[in-house]
Design a protein around this ligand. Structure first.
Ligand SMILES: [Zn+2]
Length: 453
């Protein structure tokens, strides 16, 4: 009955719009379920999400940026930049020059966000377009003096349903039309921290709830006739790994707290030394074998996490599943923020809509690649970024790309044809150059006979 109603409604709306839908500007809804670890998709059932993927594309692993925290990664997705370039280098930051502080609860100062231009701002600068946000880090801040035309102030107590109602209303009825929209939800991150990803029973319940929300999202888009023409990306900022009270690194056992200011704690500790930097470094370096200690200038290049004043002089990176604590701090059973080469830190990406192939699976992209892909879909000129559009070409219907199995097939095919042709030529050549002694002998006999007679 439910599907019949959807069919009737969407059919009616499509019929009313007729062919005019083809001239509409492309629209894109970007959805994030915070902390959705990539392998949840393999380890749990997601009937609604799997239906979405069946008619669209799936990227099994998205390599995110270091540090694998919420604010930095959400900003990388919408700017295509590494953290050192977009300036949101942690969920807790301190700027030495201005002496400003940033945290999850104190994030409204545009100063922190203005080092980059997010896609919703670029989208609005195009003629006759607007952006909308049912929450996404930064969307309630006037970045470069611009907020989305429609947005909600961040509040974790607003239900998914209310966010969904707002975003679909804005996508349906706005003038100028909303062509780019975001939707953000705090789960499964909150439960991942609380229970740890290895708590199968609780995660099963939480992930089923998320799948139901995805079902609600698709149902609502179909009901409103948005489904066929809207491009929808469902992704996340990072994964989650299991922590334990047996894997703690107590910094208070290694160094007196009066010797440094702690800007951020775990699993990447940001340390601003108050005394001699080398002394602080030496004390911390021998603190535990389950972490790496870096002077800012020695942070490995692969992290792309060095060239920004907001990155502190010393950073400590805990090994996977280890937690920095001070004497008084508490433990989370799940956490993220670790090395971005760890598969447990990676989210996934699924997408559906006229811009995307149907039923195509791809192994991996970087989360900074999402930005140039979104700009392409919306017809926007991207700002300089760290992403590579070519990495996402195979996902898109209007791009030509050779997929690996096809490429191997083509190479083998060409080699087979070349081998066959070469063999044929060799055989032909041999046939032409072989002497025919028997017939020549006969000829000679014929020729000679009359002479003898
Ligand atoms: Zn997060």
């Amino acid at each position: 009955m439910k599907s019949l109603v959807i069919l009737l409604f969407s059919g009616l709306i499509t019929a009313c719009r007729g062919n005019s839908s083809y001239s509409l500007p492309p629209k894109l809804l970007l959805v994030s379920f915070d902390g959705f670890r990539a392998d949840y998709l393999q380890n749990y059932e997601f009937p609604h999400l799997q239906n979405f993927i069946k008619e669209g594309v799936l990227v099994e692993h998205v390599k995110n940026v270091f540090i694998t925290k919420t604010f930095p990664n959400h900003y990388s997705i919408v700017t295509g930049l590494y953290e050192e370039s977009h300036g949101i280098v942690a969920n807790s930051m301190y700027d030495v020059i201005t002496q400003k502080h940033f945290s999850d609860f104190n994030d409204k100062d545009p100063f922190w966000w203005n080092e980059a231009v997010p896609i919703w701002v670029t989208n609005q600068l195009q003629e006759n377009r607007s952006s909308a946000a049912a929450m996404w880090p930064g969307t309630d801040v006037p970045i470069h003096n611009t907020t989305p035309s429609y947005f909600m102030n961040y509040s974790s107590s607003v239900s998914f349903e209310e966010r969904l109602n707002n975003i679909t209303m804005w996508l349906s009825n706005s003038n100028p039309p909303v062509t780019f929209a975001t939707l953000y939800w705090e789960e499964p991150d909150a439960s991942g921290h609380k229970y740890g990803p290895e708590d199968k029973e609780n995660m099963l319940r939480v992930l089923k709830e998320i799948d139901d929300l995805i079902g609600d999202l698709v149902y609502k888009l179909k009901m409103l006739g948005l489904w066929e023409n809207l491009n929808v990306i469902i992704t996340s900022d990072h994964g989650m790994t299991q922590c334990s009270k047996d894997r703690l690194i107590n910094l208070d056992l290694c160094i007196d707290h009066s010797e440094y200011t702690l800007i951020d704690l775990t699993p990447v500790a940001a340390i601003l030394p108050k005394t001699n930097k080398t002394e602080v470094y030496n004390k911390l370096k021998n603190c535990s074998s389950h972490m790496n200690v870096y002077l800012k200038e020695d942070i490995p290049a692969r992290f792309h996490y060095q060239h920004n004043d907001r990155i502190q002089p010393l950073i400590l990176v805990a090994d996977e599943g280890w937690t920095f604590v001070l004497n008084k701090s508490s433990l989370k059973l799940g956490d993220h923020g670790y090395d971005n080469s760890l598969p447990s830190m990676h989210p996934f990406l699924a997408a559906h809509g006229p811009a995307f192939h149907k039923g195509y699976k791809h192994s991996t992209i970087n989360n900074v690649d999402i930005y140039p892909m979104m700009c392409h879909i919306l017809g926007l000129k991207p700002h300089p970024n760290n992403g590579t559009f070519g990495h996402t070409k195979c996902l898109l219907v209007d791009q030509w790309c050779i997929k690996l199995p096809e490429a191997i097939g083509i190479v083998i095919g060409v080699l087979l044809v070349l081998t066959a042709l070469t063999l044929l030529m060799i055989i032909m050549q041999n046939k032409l150059s072989v002497p025919q002694p028997f017939s020549r002998l006969q000829l000679q006999e014929d020729d000679d006979d009359p002479l003898i007679e």
